[in-house]
Design a protein around this ligand. Structure first.
Ligand SMILES: Cc1cc2nc3c(=O)[nH]c(=O)nc-3n(C[C@H](O)[C@H](O)[C@H](O)COP(=O)(O)OP(=O)(O)OC[C@H]3O[C@@H](n4cnc5c(N)ncnc54)[C@H](O)[C@@H]3O)c2cc1C
Length: 261
């Protein structure tokens, strides 16, 4: 069989375009493909929701690849062990409360299960703004990461979504741009804005991150370290259970809201 370079090129363009067109109108658009974003997309796809992640970098997985300080093992507490099991990520108990998993296996398996469940992941695309209709966030404004890196003067495009989740980690990017461009809007936080992340206190930080996983403005949700920073709780260091539980929680809350119409 002779390989035809033009056919290969056409196959890539046609299949990507097919995939991309199918995601212009979503149930849920997720900003950032780190741990919380992947778990949220996996769970929503499992529930039959049309969901896509837009990730700025070439690789997804966010901060999970590097474990703690580049020792590539992750620690998960008892509460989140069922998520590891459901995903099929091998783990070993460590003393009474903890489980460890290889960070590479955890990241690759999570990514694989997310795609296999039916979520779409678009890497190399960054979110630079949200769409707004009256008092509701209704989608994302997206641009190729490379355009931004090269400083090119190119207009972005848009994705419509019934719900948007900011999973951009510490940087809280979608919420920040929403606040900056739409003053005097107020978030559902004690100060109406981003409270800011506090210093390390793992036990409280983990619990509060899950508790603070919520809708901070109609149509705009926060999960993972974005919830930690937006609602102002403590950082927790390299324990990943809270990130996973937060992704799981936001997916269940949004699914329930979609069900209720
Ligand atoms: C300085 C530093 C301190 C840390 N401290 C802690 C800590 O205290 N506790 C803790 O648990 N973890 C910490 N981490 C590790 C890591 O951030 C988290 O453990 C974990 O990965 C957070 O998960 P997440 O899903 O919230 O976000 P992340 O895993 O960080 O994933 C966020 C993803 O969003 C993407 N993204 C960001 N902006 C955009 C955009 N505009 N458009 C598209 N994609 C975007 C990023 O490329 C990334 O892939 C730290 C990391 C750093 C760099």
């Amino acid at each position: 069989m002779a390989l035809d370079e033009i056919k290969i090129t056409r196959a890539i363009i046609e299949r990507f375009t097919e995939k991309f067109l199918d995601c212009l109108d979503l149930d849920v658009a997720i900003v950032g493909g780190g741990v919380s974003g992947l778990v949220a997309a996996w769970r929503l796809a499992q529930k039959g929701r049309k969901v896509a992640i837009f990730e700025r970098k070439l690789s997804i997985g966010g901060g999970m690849w590097g474990g703690g300080m580049m020792f590539n093992e992750i620690v998960v507490q008892n509460e989140a062990k069922p998520i590891l099991d459901e995903l099929g990520i091998a783990s070993r108990p460590y003393e009474d409360e903890y489980h460890t998993a290889d960070a590479i296996e955890a990241t690759t398996t999570l990514a694989s299960q997310t795609v296999k469940a039916g979520a779409r992941i678009f890497n190399l695309i960054q979110v630079e703004d949200v769409m707004l209709r009256e008092d509701r966030v209704t989608g994302l404004v997206i641009l190729w990461t490379a355009v931004d890196m090269a400083g090119l003067h190119v207009d972005p495009m848009t994705i419509r979504a019934r719900h948007v989740i900011d999973c951009t980690g510490h940087d809280v990017e979608a919420v920040k741009v929403f606040l900056r461009k739409n003053q005097p809007v107020a978030l559902r936080t004690p100060n109406g804005g981003i409270m800011g992340e506090r210093s390390m206190w793992a036990e409280v930080g983990e619990k509060m991150t899950v508790e603070h996983t919520s809708e901070v403005y109609p149509g705009l949700w926060v999960a993972g370290m974005t919830a930690t920073a937006t609602l102002g709780t403590f950082r927790m260091g390299p324990v990943f259970g809270g990130m996973m539980l937060s992704g799981d929680k936001v997916a269940r809350l949004i699914d329930a809201e979609l069900k209720s119409g």
